[in-house]
Ligand binder design. Structure first.
Ligand code: AMP
Length: 223
């Protein structure tokens, strides 16, 4: 089960990833999480990308492609994996398909106005990646993680100005992947990924149910 979750920032990729990885036991590979961890650790990579990530622009293709290449070689990816936030450009997608076949591309579609509201209200517990929303999914105590009692933060790139920048980057560079995957051109011996577009404005539970029935079906017809 080799999956890609596509969609604008804030479309719900992270939330759905957690559900999918729990159900199917495959690792989630989030390039955003990897880059944020590198920034938090102060590594050479982190120092290099900090300013780019915090301004809402994209990190250079060769850098993220190398990260993903390295990650896909780990033994836990043998039974499959879920890519969240990668590929984000056509060049990344081309490079990815040189590395591996992909079975499904699930595209979560949410209008811009809703994305802005979701992201600017989003709060995060950094160590666990747990996500809240000040209006739609508030923590029991404002500003504090329900499980650990530790403080929640607003990601520096979730400020309104940066969210607008990230959305324009999405429209220019990532959205073309819709066309890329809905008219996918296979190379020799390659299996074309199945592209599915979902309405991302329904409840997270409904979206997970739709994804599960699709993937369960595929698994059944495979076994
Ligand atoms: P995310 O958590 O997926 O929204 O990613 C946060 C930020 O990390 C993005 O705004 C980019 O600056 C950077 N980033 C994550 N994934 C990629 C990628 N595939 N290509 C380039 N930059 C990325």
């Amino acid at each position: 089960m080799r999956l890609i979750l596509l969609g604008a920032p804030g479309a719900g990729k992270g939330t759905q990833s957690k559900e999918i990885t729990k159900r199917y036991g495959i690792p989630q590979i989030s390039t955003g999480d990897i880059l944020r961890a590198a920034i938090a650790s102060g590594s050479e990579l982190g120092t290099k990308v900090k300013e780019i990530v915090e301004s809402g622009r994209l990190v250079p293709d060769d850098l993220v492609i190398a990260l993903v290449d390295e990650r896909l070689k780990q033994p836990d990816c043998r039974q499959g994996f879920l890519l969240d936030g990668f590929p984000r450009t056509v060049a990344q997608a081309e490079a990815l398909h040189q590395l591996t076949d992909i079975d499904f591309v699930i595209d979560i579609d949410v209008p811009d106005a809703e994305i802005i509201e979701r992201l600017t209200g989003r709060r995060m517990h950094m160590p666990s990646g747990r996500i809240y929303h000040i209006k739609y999914q508030p923590p029991k105590v404002p500003g504090v993680d329900d499980v650990t009692g530790e403080p929640l933060i607003q990601r520096p790139d979730d400020s309104e100005e940066t969210v607008r920048k990230r959305l324009s980057v999405y429209h220019e560079q990532t959205r073309p992947l819709r066309d890329f995957y809905s008219h996918y051109k296979t190379r020799s011996n390659e299996k074309a990924p199945q592209y599915v577009k979902l309405n991302g404005t329904s409840s997270p539970g409904n979206i997970s149910d739709t994804i599960f029935s699709l993937l369960d079906q595929a698994r059944k017809s495979h076994s």
